[in-house]
Design a protein around this ligand. Structure first.
Ligand code: ADP
Ligand code: ADP
Ligand code: MG
Length: 455
């Protein structure tokens, strides 16, 4: 058994990981930047080590400082959380070469799914449908135009290294394609240090459906069902739920088909530990592979709620070398779960980030309510990082009950001193189409357009 784990992250996910470690009797080491000295993960961990100034490039992304901290604290393993170095194969390798277990997929699996273009190619090899698109990275304007002509407009220019909804551009014709190609490359270089872009068919109003997978690296891989993450703003998830209304209401056989496709890809990549295979699906029941997130995902709690499985616990057991003691038929889905991401942003002002001091804080509770957050009264949200300050998850015996509970819990959630996305999510929860489960990735934009029309 691991005795001590270093958590190479901050915010709610650091708190989330520390909680499971505590239940397992594993001691924890938090790392923090100078801007995070008052953060909850620092309070909650058994030990805490400052790893540098506020910018993440000087702290949470510094491999040398993380490894020094891990050596000083003498930990057995590092949990990278999500974002930061979680999908960095080099970091995983450095950990292993220092005899520190990396709690995530092997660098071999990460390299097999290195970027979106390599992952698409692997998916095709595994017989998993992908959106029509270019064969890998497009190297110049002429190639880009030729690819778009073959696919047919509209197309999406996507950064191979993109993430967090950034690095995507729609092109409707040759002119916007030529312009978009260069801007997309420049933006990708700046944001991800990799200017590679590829082109794929742009689907109007698809559904984002993803499968949680977990493998032990000994040939056992299972999926823990799907999550519908179609409620997005600018390609960033806002509300997630499981099971997917599209599958439940319309295409019952999709769960089996998509789940099998996800597992075929996992086998092809020899995937181990937790990951997510993301797809888009259209209203005719076709589905296409998007990417694999090679880490714990923000929205993992909805899966935990309906399966009763602690995914972080499984990640730790697998990293210790334990075999997965689950087969696909052991996994049962019960009830319905929804998650709202609570961001420190002002929905009335274009979702402008709203860092600052939280004055009053009261988190909702009661039956079927879970809050994963590092926020507290008096906490000052630093401006340097992600604006997500927590996740509110509700569970119900069915979708209706989970939604009613979410509406109730959002109403109870008291956060003053800063702006949050709560009012916007309350409006979504009241929307008749959302309540019926009739929504796609175009939903938020449609809602905003209706809102501005009616004043
Ligand atoms: P999830 O589906 O888990 O929400 P996201 O894509 O929203 O995945 O990413 C989760 C976190 O990781 C966010 O903080 C996001 O900003 C960050 N992130 C993901 N991919 C990248 C990337 N390639 N570069 C920088 N940050 C990323
Ligand atoms: P990221 O790494 O930023 O998460 P993804 O490839 O997972 O990038 O795409 C994020 C979101 O962008 C999807 O959930 C979907 O809403 C939208 N999207 C991505 N590819 C397409 C596509 N080909 N057609 C339509 N929408 C897409
Ligand atoms: Mg994605």
């Amino acid at each position: 058994m691991f005795e001590k784990i270093l958590v190479a992250n901050r915010g709610e996910i650091a708190v989330r990981i520390i909680r499971t470690c505590r239940e397992l009797g594993i001691r924890t080491v938090a790392v923090y930047s100078e801007a995070d000295a008052n953060s909850m993960h620092v309070q909650m961990a058994d030990e805490a080590i400052c790893i540098g100034p506020a910018p993440s490039s000087d702290s949470y992304l510094r491999v040398d400082r993380l490894i020094s901290a891990a050596e000083v604290a003498d930990v057995d393993a590092i949990h990278p959380g999500y974002g930061f170095l979680s999908e960095d194969a080099h970091f995983a390798d450095v950990c292993e070469s220092c005899n520190i277990r990396f709690i995530g997929p092997s660098s071999r699996a990460m390299n097999a799914l290195l970027d979106k273009a390599a992952s698409r190619a692997l998916a095709r090899k595994a017989g998993v449908p992908t959106p029509p698109g270019s064969d890998g990275v497009v190297e110049n304007e002429a190639e880009a135009l030729a690819a778009a002509k073959k696919i047919g407009y509209p197309v999406l220019i996507k950064a191979v290294a993109g993430g967090g909804g950034r690095g995507m551009r729609i092109a409707h014709n040759d002119i916007s394609m030529m312009k978009g190609y260069h801007t997309a490359r420049n933006e990708a270089e700046k944001a991800f240090g990799n200017s590679g872009v590829y082109i794929e068919k742009y689907f109007e109003n698809p559904h984002h459906i993803e499968f949680q997978i977990i493998g032990d690296g000994r040939g056992n891989v299972v999926h823990l069902g799907e999550r519908d993450c179609s409620i997005q703003r600018r390609h960033q998830k806002l509300i997630e739920e499981s099971p997917s209304p599209l599958i439940e209401n319309k295409f019952k056989d999709l769960r089996k088909k998509m789940g099998k496709a996800a597992l075929r890809l996992a086998a092809e990549a020899q995937y181990n530990n937790a990951g997510t295979v993301e797809f888009i699906a259209d209203d005719a029941g076709n589905f296409y592979f998007l990417e694999v997130n090679k880490r714990i995902q923000v929205e993992h709690p909805v899966t935990e709620e309906i399966t009763g499985i602690d995914i972080v616990r499984l990640q730790i057991m697998i990293a210790m070398g334990e075999p997965l003691k689950l087969s696909q038929s052991d996994i049962e889905f019960r009830g319905h779960a929804i998650e709202c991401r609570i961001n420190a942003e002002d929905p009335a002002d274009g979702f402008r980030p709203s860092p600052g001091r939280i004055e009053m804080y009261y988190a909702p509770g009661g039956l079927g309510v879970r809050v994963d957050s590092h926020a507290y009264a008096g906490y000052t949200i630093p401006p340097h990082y992600d604006s997500m300050i927590g996740k509110l998850i509700t569970y119900g015996k069915d979708r209706r009950e989970a939604i009613d509970r979410m509406a109730r819990a959002l109403n109870e959630y008291l956060i003053t001193g800063i702006k949050t996305t709560i009012p916007f999510e309350q409006a979504i929860l009241q929307d008749p189409d959302f309540r019926r489960g009739y929504y796609s990735t175009g939903f938020v934009e449609q809602l905003q357009r209706r809102g501005s029309q009616t004043g």
